[in-house]
Design a protein around this ligand. Sequence first.
Ligand code: SAH
Length: 397
Amino acid sequence: MTAILKLLPGKDKTIKARHPWIFAGAVGELIGRAKPGDTVDVVAANGRPLARAAFSPESQIRARVWTFDVNETIDHAFFKRRIGAAIARREALPELRGQQGLRLIHAESDGLPGITADRYGDTVVVALTSAGAEKWRDAIVDTIYKTTSCARIYERSDASARSREGLAPVVGWRVGEASTDDLVITENGVKMSVDIIAGHKTGFYLDQRDNRRRVGELSANKRVLNCFCYTGGFSLQALEGGASEVISVDSSGPALATAQRNLALNPQLDATCAIWHEADVFADLRARHSANEKFDLIVLDPPKFAPSAAHADRAARAYKDINLQAMKCLNPGGMLMTYSCSGGITVAHFQQIITDAATDAARTVRILHRVQGAADHPVDVAFPEGEYLKGLLLQVD
Ligand code: SAH
């Protein structure tokens, strides 16, 4: 018998709006027995069926909705349908067809809570971060293998989110096996190595693909500063776009070492134009301003300062600080490509932070483009948390 998760009176609004998370505070009672990851029938306080969801007793997100169709069965065939639909969404977009690095499954926003899958050539990296995803591992891996005809699948289920679900980290090959030393993808004409074993996330920030291309398009004959450069994604695009000089800053020595290896993979790029600098960006920007250094284009792609709304205030101060310092280091008419990948900072809040920075910098700042993650990172409008990456291309006079 499927257990029933009965909500408290008045707590069915978000689920009626097709938001997939049921918080512990909305739950009245669990009728029957359910283990972590088991499918439960979610009903309103008056007993009206609302959804089928994966139960997660340890998490504040007590259940994640698989389907709002109360008659849909959650089984292997369900995952075939949902994963097939996610992959078809990518195939329908010309800009995504043929990409060697591609997000195939974007969790909640693809109707698959807790499930992420990224393809790098013929290797797929899957990350499972919820109790429900954990339970269906075999069906998920089998479906990805059969639907993509990839050669191998590596599991990178080591995100910190798993601990909130009471799950230990799990990593390893699920299908096939290969040395990962030479895993390289081409993105916008530039070769990038992908460290699926030890790199961030599944090894690479695929969400910035379009934005890196845009930076390349803006870089001809420009002096570029790429802050938080990681493995050099934006830096190499700037070089490809003809930048006269690209200074890249990151606090991680290993990331910078990979960035330099990536540069060497691209003999078409002029390595003499690239400078790599291991430093804290907050201090580095201040030092550059004090030294009166000026740039034509600055990229700010920091890590997530606010994982949730609870961290928003502190994060806002950090975002304002780096944006203010960067504005001070721009030549008049210079461009600032600035991002926040914090789920806890909304698009409107980010723009306000930029406005405050512009006021303090006493510069006129214009928004030329509002940008987001690439189309293989869709945003379900019912799930605003999915809109984590927001960016602005600014011109600073
Ligand atoms: N722009 C990159 C992704 C950035 S990830 C890309 O396109 O691939 C964030 C990076 O910020 C990481 O490489 C991390 O090492 C670095 N980082 C975090 N805090 C930092 C700090 N205070 N100063 C410098 N780098 C920092």
